[in-house]
Ligand binder design. Structure first.
Ligand SMILES: [Zn+2]
Length: 315
């Protein structure tokens, strides 16, 4: 294995994650994926049967499903915001990713409720002890019971510390998945209904407008009952409490170990992202014109529509 991974190969591995790029075989947990290059130096990400196509093997991995579910390409995503946030997005030409510890939801990144923590600790203590007592073949290190105990406790402590630090390294940008406009979202995510707007995109446009970047993961949030369940070690930022289910959230997540600010702006091709902009149902007439003017000023051409909630009914 050469461990030579070009950006093209990395992108192929990321986008094809679940399938062999040659025969389309759907990987199962525990299968081996082979990544590398053909005779013509074309990147390949293949299954055992297609392994012979590789002239150079860069890496082999044991296949693990993603920790999050990617929505369908055409799935509609919405973001409700007040006018100042919209203008700031246009002027920065990017999307704002907030640091996970700045969210109102105190369970952001949590593994479970504190009252169940001893159960979690017990599980990982036994898991770590098992690992320490069964080292890989060839290792001759033996430990006393006390050493095993204290090493397992150290690993548990590191795991907990990693969880707490993770909140400072995880940056999130949230969307609402819905075929239609939502009255509840207008109320929830725009501080003044009068000068609020909603932007609409699709999963595919969001992914592509962020530059098809393998470092940015986009997926659906899972809603779980923390009274009975834990989030996984690797998917805690993809889980929220059941009581948030109405948000039908799709989020984009990026990790950054070195960024100390409360958020970061990720460059985004707004002309690709913004498929339509909707004006708050409570906005005065002039507000729509203002939104159009601002969009013009930033050189964009985007359809601006009134909220569908104010279309006149008949009886
Ligand atoms: Zn194959």
């Amino acid at each position: 294995m050469t461990h030579r991974i070009t950006p093209e190969l990395r992108l192929l591995m990321f986008e094809h994650h679940d399938y062999c790029s040659s025969c389309g075989y759907k990987f199962k947990e525990g299968d081996t994926s082979h990544s590398g290059y053909s005779k013509n130096d074309e990147p390949l990400y293949v299954c055992d049967d297609c392994d012979h196509l590789l002239e150079e093997t860069a890496v082999r991995n044991v296949f693990m499903p993603r920790f999050y579910e990617i929505p369908p390409d055409k799935c509609k995503l919405w973001r409700y915001m007040d006018f100042t946030k919209f203008v700031s997005m246009l002027s920065m030409k990017g999307l704002y990713f907030a640091r996970a510890d700045c969210f109102q939801d105190i369970y952001e990144g949590a593994k479970g409720t504190l009252k169940n923590k001893s159960k979690w600790d017990q599980f990982y203590l036994s898991f770590f002890k098992e690992l320490i007592m069964n080292p890989p073949d060839g290792s001759e290190v033996t430990y006393t019971d006390e050493e095993i105990e204290s090493q397992a406790e150290k690993l548990l402590h590191d795991l907990e510390k990693g969880g707490i630090n993770g909140k400072k390294r995880t940056f999130i940008n949230c969307w609402h998945e819905n075929e239609n406009e939502s009255e509840a979202m207008w109320r929830l995510y725009s501080s003044y209904l009068e000068n609020a707007i909603a932007i609409r995109t699709t999963y595919k446009s969001l992914y592509e407008s962020l530059g098809r970047n393998p470092s940015i993961k986009i997926g659906r949030v899972k809603y779980i009952d923390y009274q009975k369940n834990f989030a996984g070690v690797n998917d805690s930022f993809w889980c929220k409490r059941n009581s948030f289910e109405h948000e039908k959230e799709v989020r984009a997540i990026i990790l950054d170990m070195h960024h100390l600010e409360k958020g970061k702006v990720i460059p985004c091709d707004l002309s690709q992202l913004l498929e339509e902009v909707f004006i708050s149902p409570n906005a005065p007439n002039w507000f729509g014109e203002l939104v159009n003017d601002v969009i013009d000023k930033y050189g964009l051409s985007i359809k601006v529509s009134p909220s569908e909630l104010i279309q006149e009914p008949f009886f």
